[in-house]
Design a protein around this ligand. Structure first.
Ligand code: PGA
Length: 251
């Protein structure tokens, strides 16, 4: 399966800015997107359709949403359903990003509901998992990853297609801090996630993509992409400029 090079734009970019960055990215990567890599742009909801209109004109590009609500429709002020995301051109959605868990206070079982609901409504889901610095210092990394995986994947059917589910390991202390996890930390965490996925899904667990996220930049992307069980990256800050993200995509 292709490596997934994902850009999480978080609460950045107006429609016009998103269009400009998407167009610039296509220009920079024109004829240079490696055959074994797919690009995924995750803009804010308001720019989803505008980015899709530009990016979905080329093979190898998709767009996704940063969040979803696990209901089809109804009185859920401020929320967005999978069908709305799909109509705007979204193919993927994130669930459990550390900013949702730690800033918005989303509990583990709610993250699991979103993953299950998104999948059963035609979206590919990216489950984000990762420990805080206190949890790492307390030696709880594997406990946290196991809990995030158990709860986050609780509603994923055993016959899920491996392409439809992605896990992103994002240590909270490495997100937006410039402090990237050491290669040995990444290999250890991804190896643990792989083992858990194989236990849950059998041989298919080996095909499920595991992304690394947390201060990925053009100058560390090549090393990270070369590590065992790293099937792509989820990039925040360094994805906001087409120039730096295109370097990461081709790293
Ligand atoms: P960062 O964010 O690349 O800015 O550390 C990653 C993420 O939050 O997905």
């Amino acid at each position: 399966m292709n490596k997934l090079m994902a850009a999480n734009w978080k609460m950045h970019k107006t429609i016009k800015e998103a269009e400009a960055t998407a167009s610039e990215l296509l220009d920079l990567l024109s004829g240079k997107l490696p055959e074994d890599r797919d690009v995924l742009i995750i803009p804010p909801f308001t720019a989803l359709k505008a980015a899709a209109d530009i990016l979905l004109t080329r093979l190898g590009y998709s767009v996704g949403a940063q969040n979803l609500y696990p209901e089809e429709k109804g009185a859920f002020t401020g929320e967005i359903s999978p069908s709305m995301i799909k109509e705007a051109g979204g193919r993927f959605a994130l669930a459990g990003h550390s900013e949702r868990r730690h800033v918005m206070g989303e509990p583990d079982d709610f993250v699991g509901k979103k993953v299950g609901f998104g999948l059963s409504h035609g979206l590919a889901m990216i489950l984000c998992i990762g420990e805080t610095i206190d949890e790492r210092k307390a030696g709880e990394v594997e406990d946290v990853l196991k809990r995030h995986l158990d709860t986050g994947l609780a509603e994923v059917p055993a016959d899920v297609n491996a392409e439809e589910i992605v896990v992103a390991y994002e240590p909270v202390w490495a997100i937006g801090t410039g402090e990237v996890a050491k290669p040995s930390d990444i290999v250890e965490a991804h190896g643990f996630v792989r083992k858990e996925l194989e236990e849950k899904f059998g041989p298919k667990g080996n095909a499920i993509r595991i992304l690394y996220g947390g201060s990925v930049k053009p100058d560390n992307a090549t090393e990270i992409m070369g590590l065992d069980n790293v099937d792509g990256v989820l990039v925040g800050g360094a994805s906001l400029q087409a120039d730096s993200f295109s370097k990461i995509v081709t790293a």
